[in-house]
Write a protein that binds this ligand. Structure first.
Ligand code: HEM
Length: 144
């Protein structure tokens, strides 16, 4: 289903340059990272945020879904669409909020209310393996 969604979202005029953002890599690699590191209910596990992510062990879109049941197709689709919408940046994915919010200002970070109470960003460095996986997905396999 995600592949069909990815294929269906073309930009006829090419103005927005919607990034490729592989749907399978999202499902297998990126989604578990975003759920774990961003998906808390007080963070991105809510529809109140532009960037939101839903699934096992975090907020479930349908409250009837058991906490650790597998991700529903709808949770995957919403999480993919929202993450993909966050990799549009003025200078392409590398300038996007998805890549700039979770890293320190000194490493090109954008400033983030998701930093911990000691001001530390979600990823201490752009070499963090989880950040590298996010970066490779958002930029179609380039490394930071
Ligand atoms: C790798 C994990 C994370 C990523 C990729 C990420 C990414 C983003 C992005 C793209 C935005 C701007 C769009 C929006 O407002 O939704 C944002 C904003 C925000 N995030 Fe996160 N976030 C992460 C983790 C967290 C965590 C753990 C928290 C809570 C402790 C958090 C709290 C917030 C808040 C309050 C905002 C709105 C204020 C702001 O723009 O800084 N985020 N984040």
């Amino acid at each position: 289903m995600l592949a069909a969604m990815a294929a269906g979202c073309t930009d006829p005029k090419g103005e927005l340059a919607i990034p490729a953002a592989d749907a399978t890599v999202f499902q297998t690699t990126v989604y578990p990272i975003l759920l774990r590191d961003c998906g808390f209910t007080t963070c991105h596990g809510t529809s109140d945020r532009f960037f939101s992510v839903f699934g096992p062990g975090r907020t479930r879109l349908d409250p009837e879904t058991a906490p650790y049941d597998p991700a529903t197709p709808y949770e995957l689709a919403i999480s993919y669409t929202r993450a993909r919408s966050m990799i549009l940046g003025p200078a392409g994915p590398t300038s996007s909020l998805l890549l700039r919010k979770p890293i320190p200002l000194a490493s090109g970070g954008a400033g983030h209310k998701g930093n911990d109470p000691w001001g530390r960003s979600v990823y201490a460095s752009i070499d963090d393996a989880r950040y590298v996986a996010l970066y490779r997905w958002a930029t179609a396999s380039r490394t930071p």
